[in-house]
Design a protein around this ligand. Sequence first.
Ligand SMILES: Cc1cc2nc3c(=O)[nH]c(=O)nc-3n(C[C@H](O)[C@H](O)[C@H](O)COP(=O)(O)OP(=O)(O)OC[C@H]3O[C@@H](n4cnc5c(N)ncnc54)[C@H](O)[C@@H]3O)c2cc1C
Ligand code: SF4
Length: 336
Amino acid sequence: MERFQYTRARTIPEAIGIGAQATTAQQGAPVRFLAGGTTLVDLMKLNVEHPTRLVDINHLALNAIEHMPDGGLRIGALVRNAALAHDATVMKDYRVLSEALLSGASAQLRNVATTGGNLLQRTRCMYFRNTAMACNKREPGSGCSAIAGDNRSLAILGTSPQCIATNPSDMNVALAALDATVQVQGSKGERTIPFRDFHLLPGDTPHRETVLEPGDLVTHVTLAAPRAGATSRYLKLRDRASYEFALASAAVIVEVSGGRFGNVSIAMGGIGTKPWRMTAAEQALAGAPVDEATIVRAAKLALADAKPQSENGFKVELAQRCLAHALRLATGMAAS
Ligand SMILES: Cc1cc2nc3c(=O)[nH]c(=O)nc-3n(C[C@H](O)[C@H](O)[C@H](O)COP(=O)(O)OP(=O)(O)OC[C@H]3O[C@@H](n4cnc5c(N)ncnc54)[C@H](O)[C@@H]3O)c2cc1C
Ligand code: SF4
């Protein structure tokens, strides 16, 4: 058994002060914040993560969903996934986020998992979780077992020769479509990070998954006021109907007027090394007629840059169909 220290932080400055003792962000850091623990404790038991100190942040005042003067929402990092999904405003004005959260994990896990922990959950690549196998994300420079191995569930967008793992979070896909921002406090003070800049591509450093600095504490996620008249949906395709990660998922927010698309935001999950914004498809839809031909064309365009691995070529068409159907649902062309 590995020994580690456990500290229950009572204030944000106390948590940040201990966090500042971390030497490297994400990978190999000796100090870790403990929220719901559904990722972190799991990985400690698998010997993938071995912090020497856990800072329990569950007693910090970060568990409120606040209505902002500009009409937006500020979500504390400790708001549980279930509480966020069932919040009346989220269900009404940010349906895509509610649906994404409710499609993830299980009811028990969602009661414990937090907004901050979900944002920072690690990949489910089986080689990352198996210390007998080479993995650049777990052990930089050791190689990637997935590229010539079992890669059926892994990424087709944003991959590098060092890593092809997907970001597994459903919530992150909705936050990407919603253009959320992430508030962080750390030894360098407070920062606000646009969601699209928060997660990093693997490149040559797949162990660095976000722009967080060592010891940074995520305090809030902020959503802008909902767009008047917009409809949003989340559609997740997976091997079984619950308790399973996405093979492909789509978060869409659409405005429709006079039979034509207005502004459209699209993000996809299960296919990218980070939550993936589909800007080419968004642009193709804006101003186009709401019909089957437009939707199918945009879905094909969205996947134009996909680079399948040896076992996941099926994801290209699956993701196209997923996006097309999410758009049908959001525009009322299909009933859910
Ligand atoms: C069986 C199973 C099935 C699952 N299925 C799905 C699924 O289908 N879809 C899906 O999206 N997810 C799924 N999950 C993942 C689940 O959503 C995450 O484990 C959960 O959201 C993590 O939240 P947590 O609060 O437990 O994080 P923790 O485990 O406490 O923390 C995760 C990481 O975030 C860091 N951290 C936590 N909070 C902060 C903070 N405020 N500031 C800085 N760092 C922080 C921790 O140090 C740690 O590195 C599944 C998990 C399990 C175990
Ligand atoms: S895909 Fe990434 S996480 Fe999976 S084995 Fe390769 S380096 Fe590790």
